[in-house]
Write a protein of this length. Structure first.
Length: 370
């Protein structure tokens, strides 16, 4: 019995329990390669939880497409307290879906060992979901793997560049899958302060922040030790995962900054989408194809101008950005429906290719063509 059941409260994940138990479609074994998975709005931690997108993904799979999810990772305490049950050993499934995670084996060895064990037990298609180019799959852990059964679905526009950055093995397929699809928008927030907020660290982005931090209209939320090279800054405390949306809503807008790796791949960086869905407009330097919908800025002066725009103007910008993202997210390339249809019909496609090859061979033999 879960804590909510004992107290007579409605479970936070009732949408999951009701739909997943009644679905009769294809099965997806879902595992985070390292670490636990959380699905509630009460998760602890400030980084790396990926809660909103994971919830959106589950809803896309179950509600829009009728698939049944078999959780193969341990749940966080908050999710476990809701009554969410998982499997510690591999369970037969049509597709094994692996979510990206920490790659430092000094900390995550036991998780990766179990992940490799499950991959070897699984005989069908494998999908690796990646929303961070700095957290690739550890391909070397599977020296004898058949990579032709793997699809790497990344939250980035330029799939060829993604394959290069993640060092995807030959034979695997890399596709663009917008991962904000299904996240829920809050209403526009006019903000309480005339500042643009950046939540995170400056790693690989110093060429931007050397200029942007000249503006008193830029607020930084993060760890002081990571910003010690930038003098005169007041660093706000990083919000907890569960408080992040409300934190964004206090500001006039959000600054999204990317490093060269994200720029080349056209990566849809998380903070831009988190802020937009929280109800505030987003600005960013130009050049990242995955963030083409953001309001363009060049330097400290443009940040000040953006932060001081009247709320009705910022609302129009937010509404325009929301419209663009909705069209992109709900019509991804390929869409969720066709993406998973493509994966589940892998064996059918193999048979069709074999049939085509045989017909092709017969055709050439009839006409004596070389």
């Amino acid at each position: 019995m879960s804590l909510h059941e004992f107290l007579g409260e409605e479970r936070l994940l009732e949408w999951y329990y009701t739909r997943n138990s009644s679905n009769t479609g294809q099965t997806i074994g879902y595992r985070r390669v390292s670490g636990k998975i959380g699905l509630t709005n009460k998760e602890n931690g400030i980084r790396g939880a990926w809660v909103e997108k994971r919830v959106a993904l589950f809803k896309n799979l179950m509600i829009l497409n009728g698939y049944r999810i078999i959780p193969l990772s341990e749940a966080t305490d908050a999710t476990k307290d809701d009554g969410f049950e998982t499997f510690s050993e591999y369970q037969p499934c049509d597709v094994l879906m692996l979510e990206f995670g920490g790659t430092n084996l000094q900390f995550y060895q036991k998780y990766w060992d179990k992940t490799v064990e499950m991959i070897k037990a699984h005989k069908g298609r494998v999908i690796f979901l990646n929303d961070d180019p700095d957290l690739p799959f550890l391909w070397e852990l599977l020296p004898d793997e058949d990579w032709s059964r793997w699809t790497i679905a990344a939250n980035a526009v330029n799939s060829d560049v993604v394959a290069e950055i993640l060092k995807c093995p030959k034979g695997s397929t890399t596709v663009d899958l917008p991962m904000s699809s299904g996240m829920e928008f809050l209403e526009f927030s006019p903000g309480k302060v005339s500042q643009v907020v950046y939540i995170g660290r400056p790693n690989g982005r110093s060429k931007y922040f050397k200029e942007y931090t000249k503006s008193r209209h830029l607020a930084i939320s993060g760890k002081e030790a990571e910003w010690e090279d930038y003098s005169g800054l007041t660093i706000l405390e990083n919000p907890q995962q569960r408080d992040r949306r409300n934190c964004y809503r206090n500001f006039a807008g959000c600054l999204a900054v990317y490093d060269d790796k994200h720029k080349r791949a056209g990566w849809r960086t998380g903070r831009a989408y988190h802020a937009l869905y929280a109800g505030i407009p987003v600005c960013a330097p130009e050049g990242n194809a995955g963030l083409g919908w953001c309001f363009p800025i060049e330097g400290a002066a443009s940040i000040e101008k953006f932060a001081n725009m009247p709320s009705e103007v910022r609302q129009k910008i937010w509404e325009k950005q929301k419209s663009i993202v909705e069209k992109t997210s709900f019509n991804p390339r390929p869409s969720f429906q066709y993406f998973f249809l493509f994966l589940f019909n892998f064996q059918i496609r193999k048979r069709l290719r074999k049939l085509f090859f045989n017909v092709h061979k017969i055709f050439f033999s009839i006409f004596d063509l070389k």
